[in-house]
Design a protein around this ligand. Structure first.
Ligand code: GDP
Length: 313
């Protein structure tokens, strides 16, 4: 592939991601630049503590994608069994959050490491290392941040309860990133941004997945001051979202449900945008952004990186 290998700056590619769109782009980017030259900064606003385990849905999805272990259902470990959940149900536990057995083991081991005093960043690095996954997956913060959503029907819910118990139904009427103002991005996150060759905001839900990262004090300025251009890949494909409630969140924020709306949301941060539609007001690359298979993931990653490299001043 044309853009593989380090540039003269020797810096890395950084992707900001939630769990699905950003994760797929990250997996494609590994094929383009290699595992060691990518760092993925991931939303932790969806984290939940349940069954004595610490679940970090977006960082775990990204890790499973990068390790080629993601299940076809779009979450969890491929081929996982659900014996523990079945056993809990038999004990009349309200199992609203489904976790496969291997997934649960991963999250129990994280909880044990956190209880021993390791940071979420250290714990995730050890878990990834144990499965031989070598790309840096960086939780956005080591401090707790919790995304809450208010709908007309259910009132306030934590993000996972909104997604699972309420099936993301109902109009989003309010959104809070609780704890974000008191939380800090990690040093790893700030260093990755400062040292990057290109920074890509993945095609993730801008409000629910990328918003919490941008809400951390210092991240917005770090992105503005980065030497690398920041480009976004639009999560809207052929006018629709591929998965999830991105459009209801964009409607709540009064954003058009298209690439212009994505550009509006990221505003001054963006040097350019990648989408399958025309975007007038900033440099844009119009390509098919659907990442349905490995070849498409690598193609979108390669075209996005070439575009970003071309924007470097
Ligand atoms: P979540 O945390 O699992 O909800 O995941 P994200 O926020 O990372 O991803 C959700 C977004 O990914 C949705 O808006 C989708 O439209 C987008 N998405 C999923 N697959 C693709 C794809 O192949 N291409 C693009 N451009 N966007 C995608």
């Amino acid at each position: 592939m044309g853009v593989s290998g380090p540039t003269e700056t020797g810096a890395d590619v950084v992707i900001l991601a939630g769990g699905t769109g950003g994760a797929k782009l990250a997996r494609g980017m590994v094929d383009v630049v290699g595992a060691a030259r990518l760092a993925v900064i991931v939303n932790t606003g969806d984290d939940v503590e349940i069954y004595g385990a610490h679940v970090s849905p977006d960082p775990d999805l990204v890790s499973f994608w990068l390790a080629d272990r993601i299940d076809e259902r779009g979450w969890g470990v491929r081929g996982d069994t659900f014996e523990v959940m079945d056993a809990l149900r038999a004990l009349e536990v309200d199992v609203w959050f489904n976790l496969g057995d291997r997934d649960l083991a991963w999250c129990l081991e994280r909880a044990r490491m956190l209880a021993e005093g390791l940071s979420p960043t250290e714990a995730l690095a050890l878990l990834n290392s144990a499965i031989g996954q070598r790309t840096r997956v960086l939780p956005m913060s080591d401090d707790p941040v919790h995304t809450w959503v208010r709908t007309g029907t259910a009132g306030w819910s934590g993000f996972q309860e909104f997604m699972i118990r309420e099936r993301a139904a109902g109009m989003v009427e309010d959104l809070e990133y609780r704890g974000a103002e008191e939380a800090a991005p990690t040093e790893d996150v700030l260093q990755a941004i400062a040292g990057a060759r290109a920074i890509v905001i993945g095609p993730s839900n801008p409000l629910a997945s990328i918003g919490p990262i941008l809400a951390l004090p210092g991240v917005h300025d770090a992105l503005l001051n980065a030497a690398a251009p920041v480009v976004a890949v639009s999560p809207i494909v052929a006018g629709e979202v591929v998965k999830g409630p991105t459009k209801s969140f964009m409607a709540f924020a009064a954003l058009d449900p298209n690439a212009d709306g994505i550009a509006d949301f990221y505003g001054e941060l963006l040097a350019g945008i990648v989408a399958d539609e025309n975007v007038g007001r900033l440099p844009s690359l119009r390509i098919d952004t659907l990442m349905g298979d490995a070849a498409a993931r690598a193609r979108v990653a390669e075209q996005t990186l070439s575009f970003a490299d071309g924007l470097r001043g």
